[in-house]
Write a protein that binds this ligand. Structure first.
Ligand code: BMA
Length: 345
């Protein structure tokens, strides 16, 4: 047991490497064998990145963003014994609607995989008169039932909380435009049934910190701790040569997660390695999943690197929480309780 309590299951078999001596600036360090999924992993798929994994039946399962050889992204299922070496299904995930009829999204990218009670949910960006959030559920990873689109367009980034709060499903999302969005804040919406979404709240916005001064967007499912919901997210900066995607961290109130308790003014990971700084889109670290062991406090972070390959990084939850607290700057716009308007309440 560490300094802070984790309200998650023990997961003794998650990947792990100890912190190297040279990791002086960030609380997160990379797997030395990165990338864990390289280019052209299966026929018909040239790149796999921005993907999500979960423990399943003593092993691991994942939903992967596979960039097909025609350039269109779709979701592929993958299995792993150790959460490092992945076997991807050769076929795309097949969805049905709630009546059992085939449903084929035009495209699907940046999937998240979140277990709530006894059901796994996949959340992705798909097409609904432009980019919008798609949602599906499965219990057995054989039948994938597509549910109603949670939000109207445009919205390209969303993730569910791993449990209901006050009896409601909670979803973070980032309303946007349909393209390479040059703006964006994180909002919270809730639903009694995964069909009707409302009580929308602003959670946090881009900030004056240069690394996240263009836009931000949610990352992996928030992690329940004694300090609040630990949220990893991506923060984007603009340079003369395009956007740079780093990873940030914040802690949200456990009962009212639109309230930001702590937010690190420094990133926790930024593109440095060649597989992050070179690729289809250079300088991108885009986190979509974590695995956490409540017994040791170890965390494995899965992130897309340069829209080309899949990376793995590690930290201790205790160290990450301490880092966020020590570097915390919470601005007025992040703290207004139950913020419903952009006017000061
Ligand atoms: C975002 C999304 C991500 C992508 C990133 C960098 O807007 O499209 O899928 O990783 O841009 O290209």
């Amino acid at each position: 047991m560490g300094k802070y309590k984790l309200f998650t299951d023990p997961l003794p078999n998650i990947p792990w490497q100890d912190k190297p001596a040279g990791a002086i600036n960030q609380p997160v360090w990379r797997y030395t064998q990165n990338p864990v999924i390289g280019r052209n992993p299966i026929p018909g798929v040239s790149r796999v990145f921005n993907s999500a994994v979960a423990p399943y039946e003593g092993k691991f399962i994942g939903v992967f963003r596979g960039e097909q050889t025609n350039g269109v992204p779709f979701i592929y299922l993958g299995h792993s014994e150790d959460a490092v070496h992945w076997t991807l299904d050769p076929e795309k995930v097949h969805f049905v609607d709630e009546n059992g009829k085939d449903f084929a999204p035009v495209y699907a990218y940046d999937p998240r995989l979140v277990k709530v009670e006894d059901t796994y949910y996949i959340i992705w960006c798909g097409d609904f008169y432009g980019a919008a959030i798609g949602l599906a559920k499965t219990k057995d990873f054989k039948t994938f039932t597509r549910l109603e689109n949670p939000f109207i367009p445009f919205n390209r980034n969303a993730v569910l909380f791993p449990r209901k709060i006050g009896g409601k499903y909670m979803m973070l999302s980032r309303p946007s435009d349909s393209g390479h969005t040059p703006f964006g804040d994180i909002f919270l919406s809730e639903s009694p049934d995964l069909v009707y979404w409302g009580r929308h709240r602003h959670v946090m916005g881009k900030s004056p910190e240069w690394w996240e001064s263009v836009k931000i967007g949610g990352g992996p499912a928030p992690i329940e701790t004694s300090e609040g919901w630990l949220l990893l997210y991506h923060g984007v900066s603009s340079t003369c040569d395009g956007f740079v995607y780093s990873i940030g961290a914040a802690i949200l109130d456990i009962d009212e997660p639109s309230i930001v308790k702590y937010r690190s003014e420094d990133f926790i990971l930024t593109p440095e390695e060649e597989y992050e700084t070179r690729g289809f889109v250079p300088n991108v670290c885009f986190p979509c999943a974590t695995l956490v062991d409540s017994a040791t406090g170890r965390m494995a972070i899965y992130y897309g690197a340069a829209d080309t390959v899949t990376g793995l990084a590690f930290t201790y939850v205790d160290d990450l929480i301490d880092f966020v607290k020590e570097h915390s700057v919470v601005r007025e716009s992040d703290t207004e309780v139950g913020r419903q308007t952009s006017q000061k309440l």
